[in-house]
Design a protein around this ligand. Structure first.
Ligand code: MG
Length: 292
């Protein structure tokens, strides 16, 4: 199944399941379903079968191209990213191989829709892209073994770990440079694991203005998604709706000589086989843009 969050007329967010070229609005057909994606994920054992039936035997309520898709989880409880997790990206970074998994936070206010604007910050011109496979946590959990990790993944998305390199690299902590508003676009939907035979065998690509910049496969991950869950859940409770960005392959803008920063007007596309694509246009930061 592909689950979406989208805007209804009147700018009211709703959840839906994708069928053919349209969306079935879940709350229209299942009156007691939670209104938002985090609630739906939390209550998934009670609703999954009914949503699955909607997906298989209900006609679309609205066409996909008539709605604005929002971040599938509007305000994830946590957004976490792992750094230097593909060998070619590690090599191009010029940084030493981390002794352990290298984690940073992206604040929940960086979440953005799959086709939303990416802001070029007022305070930097070093704006960069990172195509990544993201996964959404489905169950509250702690101390999850690698062998059980598959059970706590609700689904998968395409994501862009947008990065402001000077803010990221001028201190020992990446968090500020990773946390600008709008710098975690993801989606276009959450694909449930039954549609992903192996999350570690997916082609992943990034294009800027139609030119391919990154082209790899999730089989090249150094620490795979299950390793990541085992590691993170040693430290913190993972919760329904948490979004985890699993790392980016080589080809980011900072690695070029000279660097190829994103500029206003650039169009950045991240696509992952079996999931779909997100596409975001860069605009100068403005007081007047409302982001979802
Ligand atoms: Mg990244």
């Amino acid at each position: 199944m592909k689950l979406v969050t989208f805007l209804l007329p009147g700018d009211v967010p709703a959840t839906g399941v994708v069928v053919d070229d349209g969306i079935v609005r879940i709350a229209k057909h299942i009156a007691d379903a939670p209104a938002d994606m985090t609630g739906l994920i939390e209550a998934w054992p009670s609703f999954s079968e009914r949503v699955r039936q909607l997906a298989s035997n209900t006609r679309a309520d609205i066409a996909l191209d008539e709605v604005t898709l929002l971040a599938p989880v509007l305000r994830p409880p946590k957004i976490l990213g792992i750094g230097l997790n593909y060998a070619d990206h590690l090599a191009e970074s010029g940084m030493a191989k981390p002794a352990d998994q290298l984690w940073f936070a992206k604040m929940s206010t960086s979440a953005a829709g799959p086709f939303a604007t990416i802001e070029l910050p007022r305070v930097s011109e070093q704006l960069d892209y990172e195509a990544e496979l993201a996964f959404v946590i489905g169950k509250r959990c702690r101390h999850v073994s690698r062998e059980r990790a598959r059970d706590v993944i609700f689904g998968y998305c395409a994501a862009n770990d947008v990065s402001v390199r000077d803010w990221q690299l001028r201190t020992s902590q990446f968090t500020l440079g990773k946390s600008f508003d709008t710098h975690a676009p993801f989606g276009p939907w959450i694909v449930t694991p039954d549609e992903i035979a192996d999350p570690h065998e997916l082609g992943i690509r990034c294009f800027v203005n139609g030119h391919k910049r990154q082209d790899s496969n999730t089989r090249e991950l150094i620490f795979d998604c299950f390793d990541q869950i085992e590691h993170l859940s040693k430290v913190m409770t993972l919760e329904p709706g948490d979004v985890i960005l699993s790392g980016t392959p080589g080809g980011v803008g900072v690695a070029y000589t000279p660097p190829r920063w994103l500029r206003a007007g650039d169009r950045v596309r991240v696509e992952i086989d079996g999931i779909g694509a997100i596409e975001n246009v860069v605009r100068a930061e403005s007081d007047h843009i409302i982001h979802q």
